[in-house]
Design a protein around this ligand. Structure first.
Ligand code: AMP
Ligand code: ZN
Length: 133
């Protein structure tokens, strides 16, 4: 896709600090890392969100996500794997990508703010989600 920054990185038109590459997948350092070593894993094929990716490609990408997670675990105390879908979630780049974020105890990156269910609400929401599968 012409205007997509990650497609440009895949094509070599924009530089990146490449970590891993195979026929379907590319992994490179995030330019604005949450932590040192923060890596992005993308399919080479342009797809916008996780909803759009075909399962064969997704399987290949997730294996690379695992590979990067194993590596990150060797130089950090833990790893967060993240994936944003659509603007409300914080997706800025419209080419599906997984964040591999090395973590250290007390790095201040968590926790997410939590909400609470009122009586009966969790059951209703669980049913609603199940009906959408
Ligand atoms: P998201 O908010 O999930 O869409 O994440 C997009 C990520 O892409 C952000 O963490 C950015 O720092 C990163 N990013 C944007 N442009 C580049 C680039 N040229 N090279 C590497 N990472 C980038
Ligand atoms: Zn793209």
């Amino acid at each position: 896709m012409e205007d997509c920054i990650f497609c440009k990185i895949v094509k070599g038109e924009v530089p990146c600090k490449k970590i891993y590459e195979d026929e379907e997948t590319l992994a490179f350092l995030d330019i604005s890392p949450v932590a040192k070593g923060h890596t992005l894993v993308v399919p080479k094929k342009h797809v916008v969100t996780l909803v759009d990716i075909d399962e064969e490609t997704l399987k290949k990408v997730i294996v690379v996500v695992k590979k990067l997670t194993i590596a990150a675990n060797k130089y950090s105390e833990g790893v967060t794997v993240g994936q944003n879908n659509n603007r409300a979630s914080g997706q800025v780049v419209d080419h599906v990508h997984f964040h591999i974020i090395p973590r250290t105890e007390g790095d201040g990156l968590d926790p997410w703010p939590r909400v609470h269910y009122v009586e009966g609400e969790a059951g209703k929401i669980a049913e609603e989600i199940k009906s959408l599968l």
